[in-house]
Design a protein around this ligand. Structure first.
Ligand code: NAD
Length: 325
């Protein structure tokens, strides 16, 4: 299948592109390189540098490349930043998504996968969190994904668009060739590994008085290759109808457990210091991915924390400055 991947120079996008190409799909990447890296784009993919704010650029790409499906990763992605700059998220993220969808439907593209988020579940009633959990976005970022999910629902009903919303919990790990390189970095595993590389003095633990076994927050880390495989399965299933899945590992790991595993994997002591809680951090966030396992046979290959950290460490060791080299 010919697939347009927006944000395909970013972390999850570039690894999904790699997996699509390995699966025999043809890929065109559209990315403005705001966070992405040209070097992260698989050489077998076509690359178009451009911004989703530019409707004419999207139309030109659709006309030139004629994709059959779209996977939409490109977005502002930071919960904390969205609390400071709500219009970037409630404005740009939604307008950019609409530009893409208007162009897609005008060019006859009726298959669409959205990167959605666990930030839809700020106040869960049940743990692990399944798809029937009530939606309470935790930030303008989460709200922007919620609104895009609703737009897709209506485009399915009115225009026959077939979509999948994939709500990732914490994407993590790396493939042999591609890994996580954000500036600023906001995710725990790369931050911990930066300490092991001597690029940071220590790692902050935001609160150790939560009602969890060791007092630190518990999160669900899902390997980025397993996430990429979920996109491929969802893409193949769109002919049977639209769908929404929560994507996690099903097991939670605490911040302290992640740090301890990183110490074992890297052989570095990784000093940690406990600081104040961050406002709005729930104690535990763990996904139920039973629905995608049942319906599409998705089965994570890297479910244990050690293999997730190990893969990230191998990539960071080979690329201590990320893609900058
Ligand atoms: N990383 C996670 O744990 C996580 C969790 C839940 C959801 N998500 C979602 O997954 C998607 C990918 O996340 P990521 O961590 O790979 O982020 P990323 O920042 O590495 O990738 C996003 C890519 O989109 C590009 N981009 C941003 N705005 C653009 C625009 N206007 N036009 C063209 N390109 C643009 C960036 O340059 C970047 O390459 C995002 O939509 C994010 O909200 C990520």
């Amino acid at each position: 299948m010919k697939v347009l991947v927006t944000g395909g120079a970013g972390y999850i996008g570039s690894i999904t592109v790699e997996q699509l190409i390995q699966a025999g799909d043809e890929v065109v990447v559209f990315d403005n390189l705001y966070q992405g890296h040209r070097a992260a784009v698989h050489p077998a993919a076509a690359f178009v540098e451009g911004d989703l704010a530019d409707r004419a650029a999207i139309d030109a790409l659709m006309a030139a490349h004629r994709p059959e499906a779209i996977i939409h990763f490109a977005s502002y992605t930071l919960v904390g930043e969205s609390m400071q700059k709500p219009f970037l998220y409630l404005g740009d993220n939604i307008r950019n998504g609409l530009n893409l969808l208007e162009s897609a439907t005008a060019h006859g593209v009726h298959k669409f996968i959205l990167s959605s988020t666990a930030n839809l579940f700020d106040d869960p009633e049940r743990m692990p969190i399944d798809e029937d959990e009530r939606i309470v976005p935790g930030s303008p970022y989460g709200e922007s994904k919620r609104i895009l999910e609703r737009i897709l629902y209506w485009l399915d009903r009115t225009m026959g668009l077939r979509y999948a919303c994939l709500r990732y919990f914490n994407a993590s790990g790396a493939s042999a060739e591609r890994g996580e390189d954000h500036a600023p970095e906001a995710h725990l595993i790369p931050l911990v590994l930066q300490v092991a590389l001597g690029q940071r003095a220590d790692i902050a633990i935001f609160g150790d008085d939560y009602p969890t076994p060791d007092g630190s927050c518990v999160r669900d880390y899902v390997h980025v290759i397993d996430l990429a495989q979920a996109h491929i399965l969802a893409l193949r299933a769109l002919d049977q109808g639209s769908r929404t899945y929560n994507l996690g590992n099903g097991q939670g790991f605490s911040v302290k457990e992640v740090i301890q595993v990183a110490r074992e994997v890297t052989g570095h002591p990784i000093p940690a210091r406990v600081v104040a809680r961050r406002p709005g951090d729930p104690a535990v966030l763990v996904a139920s991915s039973d629905k995608i396992r049942r319906e599409l046979g998705w089965s994570p290959q890297y479910a244990d924390l050690r293999s997730i950290v190990e893969s990230a460490w191998q990539w960071h060791l080979a690329h201590p400055r990320g893609y900058a080299e």
